[in-house]
Design a protein around this ligand. Structure first.
Ligand code: GLY
Ligand code: MN
Ligand code: MN
Length: 520
């Protein structure tokens, strides 16, 4: 299989740009005609997405922030993995948020918010923008692209939504992507009453270039000012996503539920794979298969880190052996079809029972997590949770004779020795991205009051590297992280991952139950 196989010499489709020397291609006009006849029509999805009831409010607040400006929000496009093979497509997060589209909808599409004219009927209704989704029309069996375009042709990719279908799904008006250049350049200028354009820069380099060309042709010739203006759009979108609406909360609960099933499947396989070479990979496969069965994909690269890999914060090579007697740290999340992801870490004793030392470290991390949860309430900041976690960890490290200074000295800004064993963050926003809202300003994130509707992780850990000469030998090569997902409500925090066991007793019991289920 390869996209070249039906390309025709002299084609000007997307196939032309790719190396094309390994298949015979039919070129006759007889073939072209033959390929457009005798197909029964197949209709793709036409139903309104649940998200379409929630995007109007999101679009409204975006519109109010940037009156009189044209806002360009691309989905992004396919990325070549090699030759004619692409990576799986995932739409850019800003695009997904404002269109409500998930899964792989829709490479090459662009959402544009266009400012309304002052004397227009829309302005009379109090609207500041109209939203239009520019998309590629369907390439169904009535078109030559049906078999010639590997990106859009339904011979290649199956029935896919075009203008009519995407309008029905999103509730947003659609137009042919061919109209985009004219739509973006119309009335752009620096003079009074002319239009300024902002684009989410990172999503699609071709669209960003299109916007830059339009700007330079119309007097916007300061690269720094342009980049800065674009950054403000991205920043606004990130901050807008901090407080989740009820649809987003329901999607997050589904992501957490699917993630629980992924951990169940890991524990079912654990006894059978323990002590086998590359058993980390076997467990990764177990989780990732649930992610594909129950959701869109994993929300980030699954970390399966056994023994001395556990203190390696981003261990994703997962090629080690899961050995009986070691601790096994697994950080994994299912991303559901709407693209919301969970982010859960559990640390397991591979044989099913914690040793006294493993238990002591584990329970310290658990108490640090609970302490952060206990201080979390509307009005408290991420920094407050961070300091709470750090005090618990520093005290334990002191009590174990590991911390070389007093607890207070270590906690002071000029000390921080305890961070040797916890150098990462211990909380972050979660949603469409695992590290959601990352473009937000520091003062809106780390130092901002947590509000009802925010969803975030609490994820303390202790990481003793196997070559750490400053800890007793028995600590070396042990890593523990416990990570859960929290919804802040007006009445306080709710663990939305409370269904995933985490006390020592519950974890041991859960492991035994799933091990038994795995044998049946
Ligand atoms: N899985 C990435 C994180 O915990 O932040
Ligand atoms: Mn996390
Ligand atoms: Mn994580």
């Amino acid at each position: 299989m390869g996209e070249q196989s039906l390309a025709v010499e002299g084609d000007s489709t997307d196939m032309e740009d790719r190396v094309n020397n390994r298949t015979l291609r039919p070129v006759s006009s007889t073939f072209r005609e033959f390929m457009t006849e005798g197909w029964e029509s197949q209709e793709p999805q036409q139903k309104a997405l649940e998200s379409s009831a929630f995007t109007p409010a999101r679009l409204q607040s975006l519109s109010e922030r940037f009156p009189g400006e044209r806002l360009v929000i691309p989905a992004g496009n396919l990325k070549t993995r090699n030759n004619d093979c692409d990576y799986a497509f995932r739409p850019d997060t800003t695009f997904a948020y404002y269109t409500g589209l998930g899964e792989d909808f829709e490479a090459g599409a662009v959402l544009v918010l266009n400012p309304v004219a002052e004397d227009s009927p829309e302005a009379a209704e109090g609207r500041k923008h109209t939203a239009t989704l520019f998309v590629h029309p369907r390439a169904d069996q009535s078109t030559e692209d049906y078999y010639r375009s590997s990106q859009y042709g339904e011979y290649w990719v199956g029935p896919r939504p075009g203008l009519e279908e995407l309008a029905a799904m999103t509730g947003i008006e659609t137009e042919d992507i061919a109209q985009l250049p004219d739509a973006l350049s119309k009335d752009v200028g620096t003079e009074q009453g002319a239009i300024r354009v902002r684009v989410v820069r990172d999503a699609d380099p071709q669209i960003t270039q299109m916007v830059e060309d339009i700007r330079w042709a119309n007097g916007f010739d300061s690269p720094d000012d342009n980049t800065d203006a674009d950054g403000k759009l991205h920043e606004f979108a990130a901050e807008a996503r901090m407080v989740k609406d009820s649809y987003e909360v329901s999607q997050m609960r589904q992501a957490v539920d699917a993630t629980k099933l992924g951990f169940d499947r890991i524990l079912e396989r654990l006894p059978e794979v323990a002590d086998k070479p590359r058993s980390e990979r076997m467990l990764e496969g177990a989780f990732n298969s649930i992610a594909r069965e129950r959701g869109n994909d994993v929300g980030y690269g699954t970390i399966v880190a056994s023994g001395s890999h556990a203190p390696v914060l981003h261990w994703m090579r997962n090629n080690g052996t899961v050995s009986n007697g070691d601790l096994l740290l697994i950080d994994a999340g299912v991303e559901v079809n709407s693209l919301y992801t969970a982010d859960i870490t559990r640390t397991f004793p591979v044989g099913g029972t914690f040793s006294p030392l493993q238990r002591r470290i584990y329970e310290t991390v658990l108490s640090a997590q609970q302490a952060a949860f206990d201080v979390a309430k509307p009005g408290v900041t991420y920094s407050d949770m961070h300091h709470t976690v750090m005090r618990v960890l520093a005290q334990a490290l002191h009590d174990w004779g590991i911390l070389p200074v007093s607890v207070e000295e270590s906690l002071s800004p000029s000390g921080q020795q305890h961070r040797r064993w916890h150098a990462c963050g211990c909380a972050h926003h979660l949603g469409l991205d695992v590290h959601d809202c990352a473009q937000a300003r520091y003062e809106s994130y780390q130092d901002a009051p947590i509000e009802a509707g925010m969803i975030f992780t609490i994820e303390p850990g202790l990481y003793f590297k196997d070559n750490d000469l400053l800890v007793p030998p028995e600590y070396r090569g042990i890593g523990v992280r416990i990570e859960d997902d929290v919804l802040m409500t007006e009445h306080g925090p709710e663990w939305i991952s409370a269904g995933i066991p985490k006390t020592v007793d519950d974890v041991e019991q859960w492991m035994a139950q799933r091990a038994a289920a795995g044998q049946r």
